[in-house]
Write a protein that binds this ligand. Sequence first.
Ligand SMILES: Cc1ncc(COP(=O)(O)O)c(C=O)c1O
Length: 509
Amino acid sequence: MRNKFFINEIYYLTKADKVFGLFMYFYSNMSTLLPTTGLDRDEIHQQWEAYTHDDMNWKEGKFFGYVYYPGDDYYKIIKEAYATFSATNALNPAVFPSLKKMENEVVRITASLLHGDEQVSGCMTSGGTESIYMAVRAAKEWSKKNKTTKNPLMLLAETAHPAFCKAADAMELNYKLIKLNADFQLDIEDLKKNLSTDVSFIVASAPSYPQGAIDDIEAIAKIAKQNKCLLHVDACVGGFILPFLKMEEVDLPKFDFEIDGVTSMSADVHKYGYAAKGASVVLYKNANLRKGQFYVKTNWSGGIYGSPSFMGTRGGGPIAAAWTALHHIGEEGYKRMARETFEETVFVKNKIKEELPELKILGNPKATLFAFSSEVIDVYEVADELALLGWTINRQQLPASLHVLLNYIHVGKGELFINDLKTAVKKARQFSLLHLKNNIQLSAVKGLKKLLNEQQFSTLTQKFSGTEDGGKRKAAMYGMMSELSGSGTLNDLVLDYLDKLYQIDDKNA
Ligand SMILES: Cc1ncc(COP(=O)(O)O)c(C=O)c1O
């Protein structure tokens, strides 16, 4: 039996129902075992077509996040670069000096875009999470040598990307979450309150993922310097768009190595750099800091092992594709795409402000991503209605909101989104038995929360997870889930969910 409690679209998690469909496809059409004789090209293509049948049709642009696409003309050679270098390996730079050269050039270009001087050094990684992991490791190494504390502490905003906590957990580094101000930026006063001799590493975002807020990095850098701490600016999402928006005279605050006190940064080429997936850059103020992310083992019988980042084997495809994207698109191309994406974002934000009084944009997002919430309607119901109109939109919590992140693929699609959003809002406003049922369930669940323990409460919410409209309606479930936010029970449920998602047989699915 399939577990009723499936948590679709928690951030990047693949939809369980799609995976379930895939399992069913597997079981009804072919064995999961290795084919005795290999499939030919046509058969492989047929399988691809069948497998991708339920994937999001991203070329339509009715989604936010996930895919950053510069258009077919630019992408043709980026894809070619990926394929051409797909068998190569950056593990040993002496074997593929071409990859070393390309990587160094990608790092250099990124550093120069982010006002790094010639001392700024870095590496390419597989993505934002790995870049962040490396920066946390380097900070931990730095504090061993430069701080007296035995318990180095990382301070980061509640909205900082979870990759920081993931890294800290893996390295057993202590961290503390700092509150947000009214604009969803890291709150400077709360940061000051949490300073101590243990604090070694502060994290800021440019911008943060959930609400697109650019932290006050000048103020944070001053505090970091005064307290002899490192400061990482997470520009994973902003690193390849903010510099071009600035060149286009968009009014944005300083956020990079231009600010004295910024000691490391992460910037993803596979986001607004429009490279193929698997490419990010981590940068440090100087080569000495970067050394902290390197790993060396000199007594291994396989030889002396030295590795610059977390990965061992590193595919040449993402490196070559990143190099190609930067060189093929060039400054003029990036500036044009940044400007057009920004204008489309301003159009969408203005329409929401002027024509959808039910919705409220959170904070003061200055770049090309933002979130909106509502005090009069259930935004999770708006998401359900948008899903029925073909949109994929991420549901967020704390507060309940929907996430909008535009890239070049969305240029010219703003009006369609606004029209569909208006329809969705209208439907969410209308009285319907479904909404009533959602509201009754939610109120009942909120009331019962006071009476039941965590386990009983979660069992109850599982029973209510709806399947209306082919599972597209999830408002009630999201509403109830937010009641469990941060609890150990929800943690266990998500672990179980992941476990089921990655099971190869469907015994328990
Ligand atoms: C601000 C920020 N940091 C880090 C990441 C993690 O990047 P990745 O998914 O490439 O690991 C993201 C992803 O969206 C992000 O928005």
